[in-house]
Design a protein around this ligand. Structure first.
Ligand code: ATP
Ligand code: MG
Length: 296
């Protein structure tokens, strides 16, 4: 009996959050690195369904770095690297599009539908809703640590999100699941960072929350402690000091852009933790790192 009462109490505790977020929009970025096992993916799909059924307008944007690497290995496409960064040539872009748009995207769509949600998969090419421009040259460091400018090929940045198709889908009860592929003015696909795509989509939808689910429990300091909150000045210091590196840089940058672009809250959380998404939304536990608004 006590156990039953406890269950009812848990539901009651969630009530203020459900009320606050009813009919609000959440963009959830599910990182390829957090898709570690089947149980975790299933639980993510169920969490997304639950959010939708309590009246939250959910949009999922996914990554897929490790899945792309696996497929490149399998089909024997050797990558060229420039300044430590992968160059996306045309053959690599075909694999990127296949893995993100076909593989990872449809797997997430299938799982959400399996649990009763009405997910629809799309990439920026659908209705040309996510436009991008090719990155001409990117700053990187060569083997000796010297700064160099490199051409990354079919890699772009999001220039515009036309939110109409997403608004229509959401209003009709669907959960858009988005692969991070943008389309340039000539109709070519561009690989865009999924965090950056999620940030631009969250701003275009005026989202209440952007949640970035990754494979670490938040942004860490040089001594490995998790920061529960982070603002732009401190973030720039940590990037300049090589404490925030690699895939965490676009995450932090897009998070700062999103809070300064009107998104109310941005959280970077550990997607490897079961039900991390629900804990973040329905409790005051303060998991992960919250990104603070401020001067950019
Ligand atoms: N200061 C830092 N704190 C925490 N993680 C950091 C930091 N600096 C760099 N990282 C790295 O950033 C990684 C997360 O970004 P990454 O791009 O690898 O994953 P993802 O974005 O979740 O997945 P995907 O790119 O496939 O969507 C962490 O695994 C960690 O190694
Ligand atoms: Mg990443």
């Amino acid at each position: 009996m006590d156990e039953l009462v406890e269950k009812a109490q848990v539901l009651h505790e969630a009530l203020p959050y459900i009320r606050r977020f009813h009919q609000r929009t959440f963009v959830v970025k599910y990182g390829g690195h957090a898709m570690v096992d089947e149980a975790l993916k299933e639980s993510f799909a169920r969490d997304v369904c639950l959010l939708r059924y309590v009246g939250i307008r959910v949009v999922v944007v996914h990554g897929g770095g490790p899945q792309i690497n696996q497929m490149l290995d399998r089909v024997g496409i050797a990558s060229t690297f420039s300044g430590g960064l992968r160059v996306t040539d045309d053959a690599t872009m075909d694999v990127v599009e296949m893995v993100l748009g076909g593989g990872v995207n449809q797997e997430i769509v299938g799982m959400i539908c399996q649990h009763g949600g009405r997910a629809v998969g799309l990439s920026g090419k659908d209705d040309r809703f996510m436009r991008g421009t090719r990155l001409e040259k990117v700053r990187a460091k060569d083997a000796r640590g010297e700064p160099v400018l490199v051409d990354l090929g079919r890699v772009g940045e999001v220039s515009h999100v036309e939110a109409g198709i997403l608004e229509n889908l959401i209003s009709s009860g669907f959960i858009p699941v988005i692969a991070p592929i943008a389309v340039d003015k000539d109709g070519h696909s561009l690989n865009v960072n999924a965090d950056t795509a999620a940030g631009s989509i969250a701003s275009a939808l005026n989202a209440a929350k952007l949640v970035l689910m990754t494979d670490v429990d938040g942004v860490k300091t040089a001594t490995g402690e998790r920061l529960s909150s982070l603002g732009s000045a401190e973030a720039e210091e940590l990037i300049a000091g090589n404490v925030i590196t690699g895939g965490m840089i676009p995450k932090v940058r897009c998070a700062l852009d999103a809070v300064n672009g009107g998104v109310e809250k941005v959280h970077i959380i550990d997607g490897r933790r079961l039900h991390a998404l629900l804990l973040e939304i329905f409790t005051d536990l303060g998991v992960g790192t919250e990104i603070r608004r401020g001067k950019v």
